[in-house]
Design a protein around this ligand. Structure first.
Ligand code: FMN
Length: 203
């Protein structure tokens, strides 16, 4: 079953239905079919319409090809052992497995322009929105995406495999199709996150 044939989630019959049913996939559960290279370029092109103060495009995407997954696995393993010399086999295997999940993998980098007057925070917010838009683009083509970080996103040796400081890994976006029906996850209560301003004044 892929996300197109799962009636409950990522319903593409209308934009409002899609947003009401949007659901990510778990990278480890994503299977073939995956997107073509052209479709992947299309996802990135769609995400390029992300709001971006100052027209800086403070984000970029590096695609890891299928035949590069073993190299990535070796890299994650080496970086993990360097930071955790006493790491156990299970932890190391988790890194190797992550590198090989799903048919397609995109690494999204927050790529801020430090010399700009636009605050770093705004540039990073834009990158978060960019990741979200890539996910939407993936779902709109009938695939399923999963945006995760995990330990590798916070390690500089891993970052250096894809970019350079001050860039940071904003996420690993895995793409494929669902091997099993998706399940709902709890969502927040609207009244816990939405309120009317009480008009507080500055003393
Ligand atoms: C920046 C970011 C990092 C995330 N990292 C992880 C992660 O490392 N592992 C994980 O299981 N989920 C992670 N998630 C959560 C999943 O991407 C996903 O959003 C979550 O499972 C909820 O699914 P939904 O998108 O259908 O709401 C992360 C989400 C965000 C926004």
């Amino acid at each position: 079953m892929n996300s197109m044939t799962d009636p409950e989630f990522n319903n593409l019959s209308s934009l409002s239905n899609y947003f009401a049913t949007r659901r990510s996939g778990r990278p480890r559960n994503l299977v073939e079919p995956g997107p073509s290279d052209d479709q992947i370029r299309g996802f990135v092109e769609t995400a390029m319409r992300t709001p971006d103060h100052g027209k800086l495009a403070p984000w970029r995407v590096v695609m890891v090809a299928s035949d590069q997954r073993d190299i990535l696995a070796e890299g994650l393993k080496a970086a993990y052992i360097k930071e955790n010399p006493n790491a156990g086999r299970t932890e190391i295997e988790a890194m190797e497995n992550m590198a090989k999940e799903a048919p397609a993998l995109l690494v999204v980098l927050s790529s801020p322009i430090e010399s700009s007057k636009i605050p770093l925070w705004e540039q990073e917010l834009s990158c978060g929105a960019f990741c979200m838009n890539i996910l939407h683009a993936i779902h709109l083509e009938g695939f399923l995406g999963g945006w995760i970080t995990g330990w590798p996103a916070f390690n500089n040796d891993v970052r250096d495999m894809f970019g350079n400081a001050p860039e940071k890994i904003a996420g690993f976006v895995f793409v494929g199709s669902s091997e099993a029906p998706l399940k709902e996850r709890p969502r927040p209560n609207l009244d816990n996150i939405f309120s009317h301003w009480d008009g507080a004044k500055i003393d």
